[in-house]
Design a protein around this ligand. Sequence first.
Ligand code: ADP
Length: 243
Amino acid sequence: MIKLTHISKSFGRHQVLKQIDLTVEKGEVVVILGPSGSGKTTLLRCVNYLEKPSDGEIAIGDYRLSCKHASKKDIHQLRQKSAMVFQQYNLFKHKTALENVMEGLVVVKKLPKEEAKTRSIALLEKVGLGSKLDAYPSQLSGGQQQRVGIARALALEPEVILFDEPTSALDPELVGEVLAVIRKIAKEGITMIVVTHEMGFARDVANHVVFMDGGVIVEEGPPAELFNHPKEERTKQFLKRIT
Ligand code: ADP
């Protein structure tokens, strides 16, 4: 479904990703863990070209792109296949919740306005915001804003949703409502890659956990295996520190 091959990324002379290989099957929830600075966010951003990889290949479904030779059209096509949920929500501040979700459907998917509206309302209801359609981001809690962000990603019907630390900007009491929504859509079989520090979520929801450190994948496997029987010393140390 998604195959990253030898993905590398440097910022100046600093190589942040070193030949990463990762395969994600359709319907899988992959959680990426690792210490701060290990390259998790950069890897996620490379999947939809918010960062341009220095080298490697990205395949989503039967679409394949070689990073060294990608044209603007290739990149545009690749971007259509994923949607990102950001740490800081990244909503349009001067648009309502409904308009934020509709935007991608009207501008990117070119749907007629009425159809975009009907679909957006259904998605906002799905994330528990049916009563907040006309609220502006400033009138919503962080948890509600992030749920709008999730509805917006779902609206695009991407092949994969990329979550970049979706709960790390939230007050602790708001984390649960956002994780509950992610859990719910994971059960529907939507393919996801999630960068998070929420270990409980990783244990319960992930099919596959990837531990990164220093720009490489140190270890990966099913959550029960990685959490209960980590093989690598770096994984053991990391898990000891955070659990
Ligand atoms: P993580 O998500 O694991 O905390 P990141 O992917 O955010 O790690 O960052 C990995 C490394 O890349 C860090 O050393 C960070 O400072 C560096 N980095 C990330 N983005 C940029 C950028 N736009 N310019 C320069 N360095 C960056």
